[in-house]
Ligand binder design. Structure first.
Ligand code: DX5
Ligand code: ZN
Length: 219
C-alpha cells in the first residue's frame, strides 16, 4: 500500500507561487493541499479565491482544499468553480454535516470531514458512509510548522477500523507535523494521504524531500 504526498501550499513562497506550483507538478507529489482559514474558526487568515485561481491555472494535480472556516456551506459552489476536486469541511464547524457533504458531492467534488485533535473518531459512525475522505488533524489547525501530536497514530488506526466496519472506501488523510520520521508509521497505521508543509518547503531541496517522503510512504 502506498500513501499520497500532498504538499501544503500554505508553506510555499507566495512571491513565487507559479514556480512552487511547477516544482510540485514535476515532483512525485500526488495532490496539492490548500488551506483556507477565515480568522474565526482558526486564529489565522490564509488566502482565498484570488490565490485559488492562480493554483487552478498552474497546478496539474488534484486540488485538495481544506476549509478551516465557519459556515462552509456558503462557499461550496465557489470552490467547485475554483477547481477544487476534494473539499474538506471541519466536523466542528458544521451543524448539518450530512447536508453539507451531500452538497459537496452534488457539486461534483469528493467530500471530506476533518477532525480536530480533541474530536473523537467514533463521532463519524453515522456519517462514514457519506464521506470520501477523513482528515485527522495531527496539530491544532491554524498554522504550519507545528509539532506532531503522537495520539494521531491511534486515531488513524481507529478511523481505519471504523471505515472498514462501514464498508467505506473513504481515504484517511493526516495533516500537521508530517515529517520524515513519522510518515512510514502513519501509512502503516492506515493513512492514505500525507500533508506536508514545513517538511517540504523548509528543506534545502523541496523536490527531493517529496521524493523521500514518497519513498517512506510506499510500503
Ligand atoms: C494547519 C494546516 C496544515 C498545514 C500543515 O492548520 O491545515 O495543512 O499547512 O503544515 P505542516 O506540515 O508544516 O505542519
Ligand atoms: Zn490542511
Amino acid at each position: 500500500m502506498s500513501g499520497i504526498i500532498a504538499p501544503s501550499v500554505l508553506s510555499a513562497d507566495f512571491g513565487n507561487l507559479q514556480r512552487d506550483c511547477e516544482m510540485i507538478n514535476r515532483s512525485e507529489a500526488g495532490w496539492f493541499h490548500i488551506d483556507i482559514m477565515d480568522g474565526v474558526f482558526v486564529p489565522n487568515i490564509s488566502f482565498g479565491f484570488p490565490v485559488m485561481s492562480v493554483l487552478k491555472k498552474h497546478a496539474q494535480k488534484t486540488l485538495d482544499v481544506h476549509l478551516m472556516i465557519v459556515d462552509p456551506d456558503r462557499y461550496i459552489q465557489r470552490f467547485a468553480e475554483s477547481g477544487a476536486e476534494v473539499l474538506t469541511v471541519h466536523y466542528e464547524a458544521c451543524t448539518h454535516l450530512h447536508r453539507t457533504l451531500g452538497e459537496i458531492r452534488k457539486q461534483g467534488m469528493r467530500a471530506g470531514v476533518a477532525l480536530n485533535p480533541h474530536t473523537p473518531v467514533h463521532l463519524l459512525n453515522d456519517i462514514a458512509a457519506d464521506c470520501d475522505l477523513v482528515l485527522i488533524m495531527s496539530v491544532n489547525p491554524g498554522f504550519g510548522g507545528q509539532k506532531f501530536i503522537e495520539n494521531t497514530y491511534r486515531k488513524v488506526s481507529e478511523a481505519k477500523e471504523l471505515l472498514l466496519k462501514h464498508n467505506s472506501k473513504a481515504l484517511i488523510e493526516v495533516d500537521g507535523g508530517v515529517a520524515l520520521n513519522n510518515t512510514a508509521k502513519l501509512v502503516a497505521a492506515g493513512a492514505d494521504v500525507l500533508v506536508a508543509g514545513n517538511t517540504v518547503f523548509a528543506s534545502a531541496n523541496p523536490e527531493a524531500t517529496i521524493t523521500e517522503l514518497n519513498k517512506l510512504a510506499s510500503v
